[in-house]
Design a protein around this ligand. Structure first.
Ligand code: GDP
Ligand code: IMO
Ligand code: MG
Length: 427
């Protein structure tokens, strides 16, 4: 069983980083394959807290090969800063970190475009991006003519290419602030320096991964964002610009589907969303604030307060199916302690019709009224519980109901950020 994926089944921040760190010891390689520094994955190890944007959460195990695959969009200074930050904390980073020469490079104009794009969609509501240049970089990748891949930075052709791109961007973006500052020669010199620094890590990771999988090595794929942010299958246009559901693993990493044998779907015991877009179970009230306070729900990357709400089983069932999840990891269960009652959304009412299917159009999701089932809360703290059977009966009943509604068994339960605060069920 060489390929396992960890996929967020909500709108991101489901604690994928914690889970990947835990599963790393059972694997030989850990791979990030989509997204970029819009991701913020937290790992708490040995009492230390680490925030990772581009580097796989397997990096704390020096035996393991970490890979940033071709589907990722890389901002070189951010990556270098992240490497330096980890080196300064005595984390080993040398040949154990490899980066695809096919990965696309985020360049200064992408930040300008991201700021402009964030003013609002055609309908007015802003996507609320992380402002990391992600969407514009992916747009140039698909558009091809003005894209730069990491491997391009080592070729003589990069000079004239950047000059051509800068000339076009200055025209297209004329009128936007900062455009006049785009200087091809300066940018070129700067990015050549970054490229030299990264050179020992840059390689053809597609071949590396195919060799590893064909050689029966165990590979863990670390999804970024969550399935509801998938550009094709999420709450479009309030999504990110990559395939962040389970369907994105193969194209992002460059591996055939047959090697993806096991998918672990990660959910919070409730829901959060950061940025714009519909969120049917949102609790913009004292309950939402209770969750935000207890879960410390502020963005890892942008520090924005996360919008909080009840668990949405309609959405999770959809994304578990879409992502091919075999089982669920239910994270941050401890955050729900102390509530008298806990609601779970089991269906939507859309224009007077009840449905358990997740709508494909954002307008339908916007007017979806959640149908709730109310379960009893538990009034004791559970952060010290170490066996699922030792959880309060109401907490176990809650997990059972989530599992039933989503249609997948619960394999992992997390009751705190530390490695020790994790329980594995025997399936
Ligand atoms: P990711 O982007 O999916 O990796 O998730 P983030 O790191 O952005 O957000 C998850 C946050 O929850 C981090 O601050 C974690 O340290 C924290 N965390 C992880 N598991 C638990 C848990 O079971 N309980 C609590 N209270 N916090 C957790
Ligand atoms: P991790 O991997 C939560 C959201 C942004 C915005 C939308 C588009 O930590 O779970 P983008 O900058 O990607 O163009 O923004 O997607 N978003 C995330 N939300 N967790 C993330 O990553 C996210 N990455 C992007 O807030 O709504
Ligand atoms: Mg995060």
């Amino acid at each position: 069983m060489p390929g396992t994926c960890v996929i967020g089944l909500q709108w991101g921040d489901e604690a994928k980083g914690k889970l990947v760190d835990l599963l790393t010891e059972r694997n030989d390689l850990v791979v990030r394959y989509q997204g970029g520094a819009n991701a913020g994955h937290t790992v708490v190890a040995g009492g230390e807290k680490y925030k990772l944007s581009l580097i796989p959460s397997g990096i704390f195990n020096p035996r393991v090969q970490c890979v940033i695959a071709g589907g990722v969009v890389v901002n070189p200074p951010t990556l270098i800063q992240e490497i330096d930050g980890l080196l300064a904390r005595n984390i080993k980073i040398d040949s154990n970190l490899l980066i695809s020469d096919r990965a696309h490079v985020i360049l200064p104009w992408h930040f300008i475009e991201d700021r402009a794009m964030n003013e609002g969609t055609a309908d007015g509501e802003a996507i609320g991006t992380t402002q990391r240049g992600i969407g514009p970089c992916y747009r140039d990748k698909v558009g091809r003519s003005y894209a730069v891949r990491l491997g391009d930075l080592y070729r003589d052709s990069i000079g004239p290419r950047v000059e051509r791109i800068v000339a076009v961007k200055r025209q297209v973006l004329a009128g936007l602030a900062d455009v006049a500052e785009l200087d091809a020669a300066k940018i070129l010199a700067e990015y050549r320096r970054y490229a030299e620094r990264l050179r020992p890590h840059v390689t053809d990771t597609t071949t590396l991964l195919l060799d590893a999988l064909e050689g029966n090595k165990r590979v863990l794929f670390e999804g970024a964002q969550g399935a509801l942010l998938d550009v094709d299958h999420g709450t479009f246009p309030f999504v990110t610009s990559s395939n962040s559901s389970g369907v994105g693993v193969c194209n992002g990493a460059g591996v055939p589907a047959r090697y993806v044998n096991r998918v672990l779907g990660v959910v919070k015991a409730y829901c959060t969303r950061v940025g714009g877009g519909p969120f049917p179970t949102e609790q913009d009230n004292a309950t939402g604030q209770h969750i935000r306070d207890r879960g410390n729900e502020y963005g890892t990357v942008t520090k924005r307060p996360r919008r909080c709400g009840w668990f949405d089983a309609v959405a999770a069932r959809y994304t578990a199916r879409l992502s091919g999840a075999d089982s669920l990891a239910v994270m941050l269960l401890d955050v729900l302690s102390q509530l008298d009652e806990i609601n779970v959304c089991t269906a939507y009412e859309i224009n007077g019709r009840r449905t358990a299917n997740f709508p494909s159009h954002v307008d339908d999701l916007r007017c979806a009224k959640p149908v709730y089932e109310t379960l009893k809360g538990w009034k004791q703290e559970i952060t010290d519980v170490r066996r699922i059977e030792d959880l309060p009966a109401n907490a176990r009943a809650y997990l059972d109901r989530l599992s039933q509604l989503v249609g997948r068994p619960v394999e992992v339960v997390s009751v705190g950020p530390d490695r020790e605060q994790t329980m594995f069920a025997k399936l």
